[in-house]
Design a protein around this ligand. Structure first.
Ligand SMILES: [Fe+2]
Ligand SMILES: [Fe+2]
Length: 395
């Protein structure tokens, strides 16, 4: 029970607030039996009420967002209005303006965005029950140690995507619900990835390995960046305050295209590296989610380059951000000693096979680079003679 005698007196004037509400003309009318009903009587489509008479038909998978767009005719236009309203909604005549930060379709759209969100919902899985944890087999101690270090690294990488992307949710105009829903679903995907790698670390006799040093990866950019101010600050903290993440275009390029493109290659490599069915299953499951995140990023890049009002400037600026992102993720991922060595032990089937494993790791890297370059080329960005991922790892 709360000790009211020692609790500080409330500064809130509850009685005053109640009296203020009660004095409102509409509330007074309700007490007297009068109702408003202006929204109810408004003619659909004339501003106050949105639409009426729409009866969307479920398609093969069920009732999708594509089905309701088709039935309602509420496909997104090029600009979202400066109000807080669902697309197609009417407005309270007294509603104020909302200055959303991201209002243009070209700034956020991808032709596959709506269907990617639907896919995300239908392919959610459960790290507790959908992995055959009971079938996990013991690994030789050096292999378990290497896999736990690799999973520790991946656990941290998963935080990065959510920590950078989720704060952008309130910046998108509510008119473009698709991007809000998709990024929310991605945050859930990344949470599940952190969860599944954490569970794997503690499920087979191993334990949590060494955390990677993010600050060093940030500092690695410094010597390569000119004095234009596009410099990473070496705070050692998550990247949210970094110059790499000034706007959604840059965020999406860095995270969805460079970072998650690399993660997707690493997950595919993880499936190849693992010798047990359960470990392979984990990498297969995370891979299907990751492919969606990369698919959004690639298709958004394409949409942006094709639809921005200033495509030439966009292209120049994306190249600049790509320069930094490639160096940053090269350092963060592919040159981390504990990551190189843990992967090499797994690929070499033990610490004695590490030399052979390092060759395999270099092949993974070259594959990742090739996949990245073809992905962005398909989106309309050619970095074949500018890419700062070296063609081969120099060791
Ligand atoms: Fe992930
Ligand atoms: Fe992801």
């Amino acid at each position: 029970m709360v000790d009211t005698a020692s609790a500080p007196a409330s500064k809130v004037d509850v009685e005053g607030i109640t009296a203020h509400i009660a004095a409102d003309p509409y509330i007074r009318g309700l007490r007297e039996g009068t109702v408003d009903l202006s929204w109810f009587r408004a003619e659909p489509g004339q501003g106050v009420w949105g639409s009426w008479g729409v009866k969307a038909q479920p398609s093969r998978r069920g009732l999708t967002l594509m089905d309701i767009d088709k039935a309602s005719g509420e496909e997104p236009g090029p600009i979202g209005p400066s109000v807080t309203a669902p697309r197609g909604g009417g407005l309270d005549p007294e509603a104020g303006q909302t200055p959303w930060e991201i209002n243009s379709k070209w700034e956020l759209w991808a032709e596959n965005l709506t269907s990617l969100y639907e896919e995300s919902c239908s392919r959610q899985w459960n790290a507790t029950a959908d992995i055959e944890w009971r079938n996990l087999e013991p690994l030789p101690p050096d292999m378990e140690r290497a896999l736990c270090q690799f999973c520790t690294f991946l656990t941290m990488a998963e935080y990065l995507a959510t920590d950078v992307l989720a704060p952008w949710l309130p910046k998108f105009n509510t008119y473009f619900h698709e991007i809000k829903l998709f990024i929310a679903s991605q945050a859930m995907d990344e949470a599940r990835h952190t969860e599944v790698f954490r569970k794997r670390i503690f499920a087979n006799g191993g334990g949590m390995g060494m955390a990677i040093k993010l600050g060093e990866a940030l500092a690695a950019i410094q010597p390569y960046v000119d004095a234009s101010g596009k410099v990473a600050n070496d705070t050692g903290s998550p990247l949210a305050s970094n110059a790499l993440f000034d706007n959604w275009r840059d965020v999406s390029y860095c995270i969805h295209v460079v970072f998650e493109g690399a993660v997707l290659s690493i997950f595919r490599y993880g499936e190849f590296l693992c010798n047990t069915d359960v470990d392979k299953q984990i990498f297969r499951m995370v891979m299907q989610d990751e492919a969606r995140h990369v698919a959004y990023g690639s298709m958004h890049l394409k949409y942006l380059l094709e639809n921005a009002p200033d495509p030439d400037l966009q292209r120049i600026q994306i190249h600049e951000i790509a320069d930094m992102a490639e160096i940053f993720f090269l350092q963060l991922f592919f040159l981390q000693p504990a990551t190189i060595e843990s992967c090499a032990i797994l690929a070499g089937h033990g610490v004695d096979g590490i030399a052979k494993g390092i060759e395999s790791y270099k092949t993974l890297y070259s594959k990742m680079r090739g996949e990245y370059l073809s992905r962005i080329a398909a989106a309309g960005l050619d970095r074949s003679d500018r890419c700062l991922f070296p063609a081969e790892l120099p060791f």
